[in-house]
Design a protein around this ligand. Structure first.
Ligand code: SAM
Length: 289
């Protein structure tokens, strides 16, 4: 048996998953690889030092995070070019999954450096596995934008996808995100998976409104993954972009801005206000042409 995880003489970049909460989720292989490499690149060295100390791993450590990735990426690549091995870890879970790493992996691959994943915890996958929502097809969409307008557009773009949608969200934005979900995606089944693998692990299941009621009862603390079941009508071709719906209602059916907005809101599931603003913009644009 060849072991893809044995540190050999050649340059190798290991992408090592670490626990999203429970240290028992660290794999034997992750411990071994972190103990064997020449250098560990970590998102937050102070945070990772605690993990490494816990597993008695003592190795040169360097930081690699979003704002230093260009400069640090080059230094890490230089280490690899010398035939050394480097392990990349993030604060929790799998690097590159809403965490730094993509640029480094892309550049390493481009230079022909061997890149080896050391799989393990990932909050999105852990949440999906226990959600009870369809898991044969799913879309991981990362963090929704923080601003409402962009978040609604982001959700609208996900509306027609088949399968379950997986999102990461900050706990303080959970309520507003659920509100937009209700407006844009409608009353779907969802699951909020909270504090996975930790003492207060919780799965809040129900329709968007039911989960909103649950969430409103107490402050949701800790980290969350939101999972959204597929809508009733999912084929992408049946989801018409808002502009297309409005232009059809305004130009072809000759409806007023107000009526077009009301109908478009019913068809697309977005709020009447948003549909009205968009209808007005389209009407003004077409009149000024
Ligand atoms: N790379 C990580 C992974 O593999 O899951 C994700 C990193 S991302 C910066 C952090 C987000 O992941 C959190 O805001 C939360 O949405 C989700 N997350 C991380 N740990 C979690 C946990 N224990 N329970 C629920 N969600 C978690």
């Amino acid at each position: 048996m060849t072991d893809a995880g044995t540190v050999a003489s050649g340059a190798t970049l290991y992408i090592v998953a670490t626990p999203v909460g429970n240290l028992e989720d660290m794999t034997y292989r992750a411990v071994r690889i972190l103990g064997e490499v020449d250098l560990i690149a970590a998102e937050d060295t102070r945070h990772s030092l605690k993990l490494l100390n816990h597993f008695n791993i003592s190795k040169p450590l360097t930081s690699y995070f979003d704002h230093n990735q260009q400069f640090k990426g080059e230094r890490i690549l230089n280490t690899l070019r010398q035939g050394k091995s480097v392990a990349l870890i993030s604060d929790a879970g799998t690097p590159c999954v809403s965490d730094p790493g993509y640029h480094l992996v892309r550049d390493a691959v481009a230079e022909g450096i061997t890149v080896i994943p050391i799989p393990g915890s990932c909050a999105a996958i852990a949440a999906l596995s226990a959600s009870g929502l369809p898991s044969d097809t799913f879309t991981f969409a990362g963090f929704p934008p923080a601003r409402q307008g962009k978040r609604r557009t982001f959700l609208l773009n996900l509306a027609g996808l088949p399968g379950t949608i997986l999102l990461y969200e900050a706990p303080h934005r959970l309520e507003e995100c659920l509100r937009d979900m209700l407006d844009v995606l409608g009353e779907r089944q969802i699951v909020v998976a909270r504090e996975l693998t930790k003492i207060y692990e919780e799965f809040i299941r129900g329709t968007v409104s039911q989960v909103m009621t649950q969430v409103a009862k107490g402050k949701v603390r800790g980290e969350v993954v939101i999972l959204v079941a597929p809508g009733e009508v999912t084929p992408a071709e049946t989801v018409e972009p808002l502009d297309g719906i409005l232009l059809r209602l305004l130009d072809e059916e000759g409806l007023s801005v107000k009526d077009a907005a009301r109908r478009a809101a019913e068809i697309s599931g977005i709020s009447r206000n948003q549909a009205y603003t968009e209808a007005l913009r389209l009407k003004n644009t077409s009149e000024s042409q």
